[in-house]
Design a protein around this ligand. Structure first.
Ligand code: AHG
Ligand code: MN
Ligand code: MN
Length: 338
């Protein structure tokens, strides 16, 4: 049952039956995530005030400059998740390799692996635009009590047991799914409590927004170019509106609420697109499907792709089901022999 003004804590307890595994464990896991999110939120809000802007000097494995807040958020999430005796391994965008958590008890029963993009859209920080955090949770497949292995992280997205994002926007929201719908909670900052504000989030039946970095148009595959022209055509309910923040979390959040498609395709520059399968696309795909939408690499369901590397990139087409299916049709048509 959904009650208005329910807190995230109450919601987790009251909806225990909708999590197939131990509820106590899920509650502890989500607790660490919401706590870390509060701390990161506080820091993100201060970003304009203190000397925390700019790059930290290091580059991550993708060869991108790390913002200081990337590093900060990464540390906070890892520390909070390590404290709970629930998580046996963490993979993050900001760490080349996964982190093994042995647990403090020698008979540790930690069963969950977490994959995170601790700060998504970080290039937006300097200009006071929304950023986010994305997380994806699996049960380990190697035996409990042994160190985690790469195979625990390289599970297809259809094995996720929970996924979510936090958007640090005009208000801070935590949105997650355990496979029984998508629920959004808004942080009330003075008392630090998240309230259920968006029960059973679903894409509207019809979408009118397309979100893609059109600056890369000339480098896109023909199918994507054709789909963009379709979005812009003056026919039926088109042209659609173009909206692109450059922060996956914020772009997806808006598109779920208002109806739209997000595309980061392959291009002549990025042959597999830019977004990372494990901690950007899979969690967003799980959420999108749970909200009645669809996620694809242009040809295949994202959640059925067998990952090969921790930091693997994949083309990403995600949003209203009908829009994604149409974009896929344009991809197939462009590839078909003429
Ligand atoms: P991150 O800040 O975690 O590296 O992610 C940035 C990603 C994603 O959030 C966004 O949608 C995309 O990069 C934007 O890329 P372009 O600037 O190439 O459009
Ligand atoms: Mn990101
Ligand atoms: Mn990031």
């Amino acid at each position: 049952m959904i009650k208005k003004n329910q807190t995230l804590g109450e919601f987790i307890i009251e909806n225990q039956k909708y999590f197939e595994y131990s509820t106590g464990e899920l509650a502890k896991l989500l607790n660490s995530i919401r706590l870390a999110a509060k701390v990161v939120n506080h820091e993100v809000n201060k970003a304009g005030l203190v000397d925390i802007l700019g790059t930290a000097g290091a580059t991550n494995i993708q060869g991108e400059a790390q913002q200081k807040l990337d590093v900060y958020a990464n540390e906070k999430f890892i520390r909070m998740l390590t404290n709970r005796e629930i998580v046996c391994g963490i993979a993050s965008e900001e760490n080349d390799d996964f982190i093994t958590i042995e647990g403090q008890h020698k008979d540790n029963k930690n069963k969950y692996v977490v994959l995170i993009d601790p700060l998504d859209g970080s290039s937006n920080i300097d200009v006071n635009v929304s950023v986010g955090t994305i997380f994806s949770i699996y049960r380990r497949i190697t035996p409990v009590g042994t160190p985690v292995e790469m195979s625990d992280f390289l599970q297809p997205g259809n094995q996720q047991i929970a996924a979510g994002y936090i958007v640090y926007g005009t208000s801070t929201m935590l949105v997650y799914t355990t496979g029984y719908g998508v629920y959004g909670f808004t942080l009330n900052p003075p008392i630090g409590t998240y309230y259920l504000s968006h029960p059973k989030m679903r894409f509207p039946e019809k979408g009118h927004i397309y979100s893609i970095n059109e600056g890369n148009y000339l480098q896109f595959p023909q199918g994507v170019k054709d789909y963009i022209k379709y979005c812009q055509a003056e026919e039926d309910d088109r042209p659609y509106t173009s909206r692109y923040i450059g922060s996956l979390v914020s772009d997806m959040h808006r598109n779920i609420l208002k109806g739209g498609i997000y595309i980061y395709p392959q291009s002549s520059k990025y042959k597999n697109g830019k977004l990372r399968l494990l901690y950007e696309c899979n969690p967003m795909a799980f959420i999108a499907e749970q909200a009645g939408g669809k996620a694809s690499d242009g040809y295949r369901r994202i959640l059925d792709i067998q990952p090969e590397h921790l930091h693997q990139r994949i083309p990403f087409f995600c949003g209203n089901k009908e829009m994604v299916e149409r974009a896929e049709a344009f991809m197939r048509n462009a590839d078909a022999p003429k």
